[in-house]
Each structure stands twice: as C-alpha cells, then as structure tokens.
Design a protein around this ligand. Structure first.
Ligand code: C2E
Ligand code: CA
Ligand code: CA
Length: 682
C-alpha cells in the first residue's frame, strides 16, 4: 500500500518536473524571441524538445524500474505468505491480525474458524494423498464462496480462518450456508466425504480490542459445533466407511454421552483392526474417574452427568482416540492410535491428557480429588478377542487403585492377581463359615518400662489346603465387594468372645485394638448397631477395646466421621488414628478429630537412618503430644528404633522387635516367651 503511494507520488513529481521545465523553456523562448534569428529559434526549439523527451524517457525508466521492483517484492511476499492451498499461511494470518490490532476501530470485524472433521482418520486409512485432496478442495470452495477482498488463511493442518471487515451475523450465516451447499454437492456419490465444523465471532463495539480474543471466541464456537456433531445433532456428512458405527441408529449410542454403545464400539474396533492398517500401533484403554461418587455427592447428579458428557466429548476429539464407549457409570474405553509413538510415549500422551482434563475440572469446581485412572493394553496379538483386550486394559486400570500411578500398562502378572482375586471372591463365604479367618495378636509395648500394655488384632486367612493369605492380599478385594463388613465382624466377635472369657476367668485383661475398614463408614449407624449387639452378647468392658481408623476412613467426610467417633466414645470405646503420616492428614484435622491415640505409620521408622527423617519424626511427635493424644509408633524393628523413640516422647511401641503377630490361641504362651521365642509368623 505504502509502496503504491510512493510510486504515484514519484509519477506526479516527474510529470510536474517535465511540465515546469517545459513552462520555463516556453517562457524563455517567448521572452527572447525578438533577439533570436530564425535559425537560432529552430535550434532552440530542437534543444527544448530533446530536453523534454530525455526528461520524459528518464522519468519513464525510473517509474518502470520502481514498478518492477514492486512486482518482485509482491511476488516474494506472496510466496512467503502463501500456503500450498493457495491460501494465506499461518504467518500471514498472524500478521493480518496484528495489522487489525493496530486499527483504531475494530468494530464489525469477524473471524470464522473452520476445522475439517476426521482428517486424521482419512490420512490413516486412505493415505495422505486423499487427506491432501480434501484440504485442497476445501480451500478451493472457501475461495469460491467468499469475496476476494476477504482474508482467507490456512491456520494449521486442517484448520482454516476467514477474516471479514464490516460484517454481520446474517452475512456470516449466509457464507456458511453457501459453503455447506458446495460441500454437499462435492460429497455427492463420493466414498470419502468432506465434513467441517465452523464457528464465528464478530467484534462488537469496544468488546474485543485484541484480535487474539476474537480468534479464541470463534475457535470456542467452532469447538462447540464439533461437540454437537459428535452428539449426533444434524450435521454435515461424516466420514462414511470407517465410522459406519458413528452413523448408526441413535439406539446404538449411549444416551448420556452420545458415545457408541458396546455393540457399536466392538463393531468399530473390529473394522479398524481388520482394515489392513498396522494393528500393532493400536491400544485398548480403559479409564475411570476416581472419586466420582464424591463429585455426585458434593455437586449433585446433574453436574456429575455434565462432567461425564464433557469427558466423553473431549476424549472423542483427541487425535489419539479412534472410537470410544462408556462401559458403565464413570468407566470409559477407547481404541487409541499409537502410530509413530513408543509405548512409553503413548502412555505419557494419554496420561498428560488425563491430567489436563482432571486439572481443568478441579479448577472449575474448586476440587482437588478429581483424578482419571487408566489402564492400557497394547495390542500385539490379533488372535485375542476384543473382550479379552478390554479385560486386560481394565485389569491394568484397576491396578492403579493400589498404586501411586494414575496410568498403568497391562502386564501378565496383573492377570494372575485378578485370578487370585476371583478365587478369593468365590471362596470367601465358605471360608467364613469354615472359620478359615484367624485372629492374630501383636503386642504394644510401653516405652517407659517395656511392658506389654495392649495388643492389636490382625487377620490371616488360613485356607484348608494350607495356603496362608495376608490381609493386604484379601482385604482390598473384600473391600471392593463389601464382604469386609462381615469379615471384620467375624474378627470383632472372636475378640469380644475372647475378652469375655478372660474376664469371666478373672484373668488380667490386655486391651485389644480392632481395625475398622473404611467401608463401614458407608453405613456407620449399622456399624454402631452391630457393635452394640456384640456388647450385649459378650458383656466386656468397652474401655478394653480401641478401634483403629485409617485416614481413608474419615478423610472423605470429616463431619460424619467425627459423629461416628463420638458414637464410639459414648459406648465407652477408645479410638485411634491409624497410619498417621502415610497420607494427607494434617495436624489441623488431627486437632479437630476427637481421637484418643495417634499411631505413627511404620514408614517413619523405615527412613530412620536419614537424619532429616529423624528430625521430622521427633518434631511431629512433639507436636502431636501437645494435642494431648497417646502416641504409638509401629514398625519398631531394631534397637536403634527403640533408642530413637525413647528420646522422642513416644508412649507405646509396636513392632517385630518385640513381637510378631501370633495366633490368638498361642498368644499367652507367646507373651511369656517374649523376644527370644518369636513365632515364625509375619
Ligand atoms: P495396620 O493396621 O497398620 O497393621 C500393622 C501392620 O504392620 C500389620 O500387617 C503388622 O503385621 C505389620 N507390622 C507390625 N510390626 C511390624 C514391623 O516391625 N515391621 C513391619 N514391616 N511391619 C510390621 P498385617 O497384619 O499384614 O496387616 C496389614 C494391614 O491390614 C493392617 O495394617 C490393617 O490395616 C489391615 N488389617 C489387618 N487385619 C485387619 C482386620 O481384621 N480388619 C481390617 N479392616 N483390616 C485389617
Ligand atoms: Ca491398625
Ligand atoms: Ca497401622
């Protein structure tokens, strides 16, 4: 623009010069005409004409040199700013936006964003040539529909942008309608069809002073349309062959999320697996939203459903997600495209999307518990059924529950654990009736005089075939099924009966601690009712019983946990906070909860060699002590542990150094034998 003005200015200047030189010469000739002979006059005229011609020639030469330079500049600029589609490239788009940003008036500037649907799938299944063909044709249609004066650019691979000045919403709609019609015509009779999503935004007075904001708004609107298209609202034709299932009857969709249902998903996966592409670059992923119940309970079902829909919408537009379905409630499965990625990279990609999604929801709902857990099964054997593949991914997903990681890749060992788990589930009832669950006791030793002052009841499952299961093998399974409630009450009854017999025989009573699974807190009233019934049946002094609650038992709902502890107190029991320091419990929670005792987790002593860990333990003990709670430290294994705890102010110690858990029947004998005769049990 500037350059054009400059050229016009030069042209005027040259014209002006020629005219003024001519005028001066004419003036001189007329002034001196009477003094000149005819011959001199002819010579003067000749001189005058040649000077004029030379000036005109030089001026023309200069102007054409400038014009040529201008043309070369324009051509270079065109090349730098133009994309293979003939549209402006991203660089040009950004420049256009910064030019518009400098305008005083940004009123009525409109942006339209376009995104081609399923381009990645077309590239993957039909090759990049077909994908390129769609892009070129779409670019052409944009040019045909829109006036030349408008800016049309290709913003990214399958993203296009149109910038209009002095536009209106009606005008925008009209352009889009025309474009739709052209695309429809283009698609007629084609196997690979073109489909796009679009969104626009128009700057209203003083509203958008930055073009970037306008672009974001248009992009957001485009994304909304994409979501609507996914949900099956009236839409442009979809990629026909691969996504047949997508176009099936609405009955084949999940009504809540609009994702495929199981049959449609299996059908889509089968097609992709046998489409001839490299199936070794595919993975089946199962994901679930941890603590989803908390979201439902806290924010209500409507919000819960909204989050599920959003998860489905956002997941299904991720480039790695080829097709997805909701198994049930907050459990989703999808087929992931892992082409050009190593297993680690693919895992990381899915994990970072999970974290991104979870953090967005946490931010919006001011929550912190929202986490996505995923299990991945990398397909390496096409003879596996889709059911098996899903099952493997699901096993890996479930494994994340007991792990610190939110995403795990399926391994064969996990399957073995699952088998063991189903074995536990099928044999549990029979085992309970057959008294296969055994109560073991482990002593608690008073720091001051090293006398055994109480003990803790710990369960073992001794199967009839002689196999021994430790609690960490079966308790998580029983918690999943809810059977833990009956198992715990079996242990409580055994202990109550034992204590009652001790009292009846007038023997010295050692208080016993009982563990409470977090599952009891789902129905605390029932727990209290059943314990009361036990007290009626076995009238023991309740002060001889301490209930131990771990953090996972009470952190989810502190007010009802508090009420629960108060109920236990009213019945005369002691209550202990178990495994303190293993999770997130803070001193504040500790201060507000009416625990009688705090049990420091055994991990504190594991790091005992570390001086900093020692310092922390000592400080923590002194802080908790200031809250007037009895302090117990578990995991005492060595002489050094004992020395450290003696210095710390700890009241009671528990650990292998003194006693390993021993069967109830051997307990008395064991106590007598003390350390020298430790039983060979864990
Ligand atoms: P917990 O309540 O923290 O119990 C202490 C665990 O630490 C026990 O493992 C015990 O054997 C172990 N332990 C004791 N001293 C030492 C030591 O010096 N070093 C080491 N490394 N470990 C030590 P156990 O018996 O395998 O129980 C594991 C967990 O299972 C228990 O942790 C408790 O949370 C749960 N549990 C055990 N029995 C029951 C039960 O009857 N009901 C419920 N709900 N949970 C139970
Ligand atoms: Ca315990
Ligand atoms: Ca513990």
């Amino acid at each position: 623009m500037m350059k054009n003005n400059y050229t016009v200015f030069l042209l005027y200047l040259c014209g002006g010069l020629i005219l003024s030189i001519g005028a001066i010469q004419i003036y001189n000739l007329s002034r001196f005409r009477m003094f000149l002979s005819d011959q001199e006059m002819v010579q003067a005229l000749f001189h005058f004409r040649s000077t004029q011609m030379l000036t005109v020639f030089l001026a023309l030469l200069g102007v054409s040199a400038l014009a040529a330079r201008e043309r070369i500049n324009m051509e270079l600029k065109r090349k730098v700013y133009t994309d293979v589609t003939g549209l402006k490239n991203k660089h040009a788009c950004m420049e256009e936006m910064s030019i518009l940003d400098c305008n005083d008036n940004t009123l009525d500037i409109g942006f339209i964003m376009f995104d081609l649907n399923n381009l990645k799938k077309v590239n993957d299944f039909y090759g990049h040539d077909k994908g390129d063909e769609l892009i070129l044709n779409f670019a052409l249609m944009l040019r045909q529909v829109l006036d030349k004066k408008h800016f049309i650019g290709r913003f990214g691979g399958d993203e296009f942008i149109v910038i209009l000045r002095n536009c209106s919403a009606e005008g925008m709609e009209d352009y889009l309608r025309q474009l739709e019609q052209r695309v429809k015509k283009y698609n007629e009779g084609r196997e690979i069809v073109l489909s796009f999503a679009s969104g626009y935004a128009i700057s209203t007075k003083d509203h958008y002073f930055l073009m970037e904001d306008l672009l974001k708004e248009a992009d957001k609107n485009m994304y909304k349309m994409k979501k609507r298209m996914k949900q099956g609202e009236p839409q442009s034709p979809q990629l026909s062959k691969i996504l047949d299932a997508d176009r099936l009857d609405p009955l084949n969709r999940d009504p809540l999320t609009g994702l495929l249902n199981q049959d449609a998903f299996f059908c889509a996966v089968k097609k992709i697996l046998y489409s001839g592409r490299n199936s070794l670059h595919l993975a089946v992923v199962c994901s679930d939203i941890a603590n989803f119940r908390y979201i439902n309970d806290t924010y209500g079902y409507q919000t819960g459903n909204q989050i599920l829909r959003r998860f489905a919408d956002e997941l299904s537009v991720q480039p790695f997600c080829l097709c997805a379905y909701r198994l049930f409630s907050d459990n989703f499965a999808f087929l992931a495209d892992t082409a050009e990625l190593s297993r680690d990279e693919a895992t990381e990609l899915i994990n970072s999307w999970n974290s991104y999604f979870a953090s967005t929801v946490n931010r919006e709902y001011k929550a912190s518990r929202f986490v996505i857990n995923s299990g991945i099964y990398f397909i390496h054997n096409l003879s596996e059924t889709i059911d098996d593949m899903l099952n493997y991914a699901n096993i890996a997903r479930k494994y994340t529950k007991g792990s610190l990681q939110n995403i795990l890749v399926y391994k064969e060992e996990m399957d073995q654990f699952e088998k063991k788990k189903s074995e536990i589930l099928t044999s549990f009832r029979h085992a309970l009736e057959n008294h296969e669950f055994k109560v073991y006791l482990q002593s608690k030793v008073r720091c001051a005089d090293k006398n055994v002052c109480s003990c803790e009841a710990l369960t073992r499952w001794e199967k009839q075939d002689g196999t021994l299961y430790y609690p960490d093998e079966f308790i998580p399974v029983l918690e999943q099924t809810g059977d833990i409630i009956d198992m715990d009450f079996y242990v409580y009854e055994t202990v109550f009966a034992y204590l009652e017999a001790q009292e009846r025989e007038n023997r010295t009573i050692l208080p016993i601690a009982l563990n409470i699974s977090r599952i009891h807190l789902t129905n605390p009233a029932d727990f209290v009712r059943r314990v009361r019934a036990l007290l009626n049946q076995y009238p023991v002094s309740p002060c001889c019983i301490t209930f131990e609650l771990t953090e996972s038992t009470y952190m989810q709902d502190i007010p009802s946990a508090r009420a629960f502890i108060e109920d236990l107190h009213r019945m005369g029991f002691q209550v202990s906070m178990d495994d303190f320091g293993s999770g997130y419990s803070s001193l504040k929670v500790l201060k507000d909860m009416p625990f009688d005792e705090v049990k420091f987790d055994k991990d504190f002593l594991l790091n005992e060699a570390d001086e900093n860990a020692q310092r922390i333990l000592l400080q923590m003990i002194s802080m908790v002590k200031s809250l007037n709670k009895t302090i117990v430290c578990e995991g005492v294994e060595t002489e050094e542990n004992v020395r450290l705890l003696e210095r710390s102010g700890c009241d009671i110690m528990q650990g292998y150094y003194y006693h390993k858990p021993a069967p109830l029947e051997e307990w008395d004998a064991c106590l007598k034998a003390r350390r020298a005769l430790l039983p060979p049990h864990r």
